[in-house]
Design a protein around this ligand. Structure first.
Ligand SMILES: NC(=O)c1ccc[n+]([C@@H]2O[C@H](COP(=O)([O-])OP(=O)(O)OC[C@H]3O[C@@H](n4cnc5c(N)ncnc54)[C@H](O)[C@@H]3O)[C@@H](O)[C@H]2O)c1
Length: 287
């Protein structure tokens, strides 16, 4: 038996209303920066967080100059104690958190068998443990404030279509999809007015291909890239701002799946239809 899923927050509250509070990780660049811009443009108060101290302060200053009420926190989201501190600062500064975007991420491209232990630790730390820490550190307090809310976890198309040369990334992003679905079920089962979306972008031109810029030296040992990860034949048909607009819309409407690129939808369905049959894994269209 399946129970019907809600399509909007139970009480119909809009988590994106002016004065409400959004927290965005990975907010110094790309999709996170675009989400922070969008939330600020809606009149929300925004906590921008990133491991890139200069970048996140610059982003916060720019938003502040435009009149937004923002706060920058330097956080390495792979570290639980730093995410706890981010939550402490967000609640201390603004008294509430309504929208949490667990968005920071990195990618390492190499053949599955060549990835080093440090590659796995880095990618799983930033792409998966960050979301685990975010849910653990924020959601109990969001429940306790009893004022509605929404959690957006950034996965990837790779979370639905595991791709070659991206075993660690695909593993992390698939786990983010699974975690998001379980979180949704748990909140729904308890009748809690907090929505969940899993953000699965296709290719968007950001600085993701230059992820190594923030790699900690303690996890420096890495596999040689087995050929350049390519996006041949794939145009960045969507800007980060467009994709962030889809996120805002999903938060407003309580949509769970945020698949930015329509062209992947049929491939995802093909893969789903193959599960449990003799079909071999579907070859994804990119990378
Ligand atoms: N751009 C794409 O095509 C694409 C596609 C699918 C999914 N994604 C996902 O979108 C998210 C945002 O990536 P993006 O494309 O904007 O890339 P980006 O590199 O432009 O931005 C990622 C941000 O995360 C920050 N970051 C890296 N390590 C961190 C850490 N340990 N703690 C805190 N912050 C850290 C970086 O400093 C950067 O500001 C990631 O989760 C990525 O996996 C991107």
């Amino acid at each position: 038996m399946t129970s019907p899923a809600p399509t909007t927050t139970a009480a119909g509250r809009d988590p994106v209303a002016p004065g409400r509070v959004a927290v965005v990780t990975g907010a110094a660049s790309g999709l996170g920066r675009a989400m922070a811009d969008r939330f600020a443009a809606e009149g929300m108060r925004v906590v921008l967080s990133d491991v890139d101290a200069g970048g996140v302060r610059d982003a916060a200053s720019e938003l502040s100059e435009r009149g937004a009420d923002v706060h920058a926190v330097v956080t390495d989201v792979s570290r639980g104690e730093e995410v706890d501190r981010l939550a402490d600062e967000a609640f201390e500064r603004f008294g509430a958190v309504h929208v949490l975007c667990n968005n920071a991420g990195v990618v390492k491209s190499a053949r599955a068998w060549a990835l080093t232990v440090e590659d796995w630790q880095w990618v799983l730390g930033v792409d998966l443990w960050s979301v685990i820490h975010g849910v653990r550190a924020f959601v109990p307090r969001m429940i306790a404030q009893d004022d509605g809310g929404h959690v957006v976890n950034t996965a990837s198309m790779t979370g639905l279509l595991p791709m070659p040369r991206l075993a660690a990334y695909s593993a992390a992003k698939s786990a983010v999809v699974a975690l998001s679905e379980s979180l949704f079920h748990d909140l729904h089962a308890e009748g809690i007015d907090i929505g969940v979306s899993v953000f699965c972008p296709g290719f968007v031109a950001t600085r993701i291909t230059d992820s190594a810029r923030n790699r900690p030296t303690a996890l420096a040992a890495t596999a040689p890239a087995s050929g350049r990860r390519t996006v041949e034949g794939v145009q960045a048909t969507l800007t980060a701002d467009d994709a962030a607009g889809q996120v805002v819309d999903a938060v407003r409407t309580g949509r769970f799946w945020v698949l930015t690129h329509d062209e992947y939808r049929e491939v995802v369905l093909d893969r789903a239809r193959g599960v449990g049959t003799d079909a071999l894994p579907v070859v994804p269209p990119v990378w």
